[in-house]
Design a protein around this ligand. Structure first.
Ligand code: SF4
Length: 415
């Protein structure tokens, strides 16, 4: 078994843990942001009657990869429309995608709804209440979300580790090894489980995340205002040059310390506490080109209408609607791209489409988390009616307003 990490990377002193909990919770009570999902608390969820949808579940899923300011409006609309597990279970995927449109990472909404269906149909409408069961039984609920729901909605004394918590804990304990590595992540979970307050676990977890979101921020943390600075090894190191009581970061007591910064990249005093956390360099996003064609016709009232088609039910942007599109090989000549798109449209509509009839409009760039997508946009005006082969993907004609109200991605709105 690997040797345990040196004491200064851990929280081994019960008196210090107690003091840290008290300081953090007192600060949270004074300073927490007023967020709509904090209004629905444990007592509400446990009331008799139709099972309420735990607010923390919806908000945590929406907050994955998305800013708080963006989420608030989506969250309010979602909870107004589907306040209970039963209501969400009865919604259609189309409705879910429509409400989610613009929030990105669409599989999150779909899986939230699938999980609600599962609770209603297989678990007799009763939400699992421990982190272990939530993670095991509900699709789309990973370790972090399970811990957040179990502690915040149901009071289980279990820790959580998200990006904010990683940053705070790495700074509190001068952890400079790659914070995305499984070994470090495991240690951080152990630490979060040691630290979590036994009587107010949900508030404690929210306080730790709130500290990371508002005080211990990535670039210019407000250490002077931090309620736990007296427990912070990185802050001490910045103030006194060396962490106490161990004499030096590079000299952790065991030589190859698994949690210290790599020996080749020691503490950089110009960075201060932002020496932590550290991450291995990310892979650059993959470049993709997609030709897309806005097909336009005059609707029965003379207003323009546009053809949209539905994407497959799995993969990127599953089930969303888009203008007919075709992924392209890299480095094709423009003329060749146009021909390929014309061929695709022709096969799809059963009509001859001349490549030179496609009007080039411009390029739109959209960054997905792992893909740098360039849409090469064309348009084509149609005189007569076109009814695509019903054996192909579902399609429909929409006005501009209908387009914006449909389940279409932000990338397609840009197009
Ligand atoms: Fe973060 Fe600074 Fe507080 Fe340490 S003292 S936890 S680095 S804000």
């Amino acid at each position: 078994a690997p040797a345990p990490p040196p004491a200064r990377h851990l929280f081994g002193d019960p008196a210090e843990v107690e003091a840290l909990r008290g300081n953090l919770l007192a600060w949270y009570d004074r300073c927490k942001r007023d967020l709509p999902w904090r209004a629905l608390v444990r007592g509400d969820i446990e009331k008799p009657g139709p099972a309420l949808l735990p607010a923390v579940w919806v908000s945590e899923i929406m907050l994955q990869q998305t800013q708080v300011a963006t989420v608030i409006d989506y969250y309010n609309r979602w909870m107004q429309k589907w306040p209970t597990l039963q209501a969400l279970a009865q919604a259609s995927l189309e409705e879910v995608n429509e409400l989610w449109a613009g929030l990105g990472y669409y599989s999150r909404g779909k899986r939230l709804q699938e999980a609600a269906r599962k609770v209603v149909s297989e678990l007799a409408g009763r939400m699992p209440r421990t982190a272990e069961d939530l993670q095991k039984l509900l699709p789309g609920v990973g370790r972090y979300t399970a811990g957040a729901i179990a502690s915040i909605a149901y009071g289980q004394a279990t820790g959580v580790v998200d990006g904010n918590v990683i940053r705070v804990l790495c700074r509190l304990r001068c952890i400079g090894a790659d914070s995305g590595s499984p070994a470090v992540i495991d240690r951080l979970w152990d630490m979060a489980n040691v630290l979590v307050d036994r009587s107010r676990p949900g508030d404690f977890n929210q306080a730790l995340m709130e500290l990371g979101a508002t005080v211990c921020v990535p670039k210019s943390p407000l250490c002077g205002e931090c309620p736990v600075k007296q427990h912070c090894q990185a802050w001490r190191r910045k103030l006194f040059g060396k962490p106490a009581p161990v004499p030096d970061v590079e000299d952790c007591g065991v030589g190859d310390c698994p949690l210290c910064p790599p020996a080749m990249e020691p503490w950089d005093s110009s960075l201060g506490v932002t020496n932590f956390p550290r991450k291995a360099a990310k892979k650059p996003p993959r470049a993709m080109r997609t030709a897309t064609c806005v097909l336009e016709r005059r609707g029965c009232h003379g207003a323009p209408e546009y053809l949209i088609v539905q994407r497959p039910s799995s993969g990127l942007l599953a089930g969303l609607w888009e203008f007919p599109s075709l992924p392209l090989a890299q480095d094709l000549q423009e003329e060749k791209e146009r021909e390929e798109l014309a061929g695709h449209l022709q096969a799809w509509m059963g009509w001859p489409v001349a490549a030179k009839g496609l009007q080039f409009i411009g390029e739109v760039i959209h960054i997905f988390s792992h893909i740098h997508q360039t849409y090469v946009v064309y348009s084509l005006q149609l005189d007569g009616d076109v009814t695509p082969d019903p054996a192909l993907s579902p399609s429909r004609w929409v006005t501009e307003d209908e387009f914006h109200a449909s389940a279409v991605s932000t990338a397609m709105k840009k197009v």
